[in-house]
Write a protein that binds this ligand. Structure first.
Ligand SMILES: C[S@@+](CC[C@H](N)C(=O)[O-])C[C@H]1O[C@@H](n2cnc3c(N)ncnc32)[C@H](O)[C@@H]1O
Length: 176
């Protein structure tokens, strides 16, 4: 009986890990972490202030959420739908003893209201940016900064581009 329960639990975990990873890939993007060497560039472009509310759409292992938390007093929320990176980021936040203003929520950012954000970070895919473009227009307030690693928002004009030779470009948009 115990053996059967262990098998059922393992099967459930495998389905959870691979199922949610596949769903994330289909919905917006697979888990590919931002290069560690580029985090500093992201922070510089985002220029997060202590009173900001930062959302990382698809927060992966939480490296951007954690970097922002270490560099400011801002509130930071990551949304992640793939179970393994979600769990890993939760454990990292717990072990680092980060304050309550830093959190990762399990769920689909495409079905969340983004209107509370003053800064948005995303590293997704062209398909996801296409889906997000009308959502950004509808929900984000004027002045919200969007930092997109590697991919442009279609039909939007970036206010700044950080380009480096042989490195990913990073785009900054300000909602008008
Ligand atoms: C390219 S990774 C970027 C991870 C992290 N932001 C970073 O820069 O290291 C994109 C992440 O978005 C997650 N994701 C994809 N679609 C999602 C959705 N609809 N809601 C929440 N997370 C999603 C994926 O599981 C993946 O971890």
């Amino acid at each position: 009986m115990l053996e059967l329960l262990v098998y059922i639990f393992l099967l459930f975990m495998i389905l959870l890990v691979f199922g949610t990873a596949a769903y994330a890939g289909m919905r917006a993007s697979p888990w590919v972490p931002v290069f560690k060497r580029d985090i500093e560039r992201v922070l510089k472009l985002a220029d997060v202030k202590d009173n900001d509310m930062v959302y990382d759409l698809g927060s992966g292992d939480g490296r951007i959420v954690i970097a922002i938390a270490h560099n400011s007093q801002a509130s930071v929320v990551g949304f992640e739908i793939s179970f393994l990176p979600y769990l890993w980021s939760k454990l990292k936040i717990l072990f680092l003893g980060l304050p309550q203003r830093v959190e990762v929520r399990f769920g689909d950012f495409l079905s969340r209201d983004l209107s509370q954000a003053s800064v948005i970070f995303c590293f997704l895919t062209p398909m996801a940016m296409k889906k997000l473009s009308p959502k950004f227009r509808k929900e984000l307030k004027k002045g919200t900064r969007i930092i997109s690693y590697s991919f442009k928002i279609p039909d939007w004009e970036p206010t700044m581009i950080d380009r480096l030779d042989k490195r990913m470009s990073i785009y900054k948009y300000v909602v008008d």
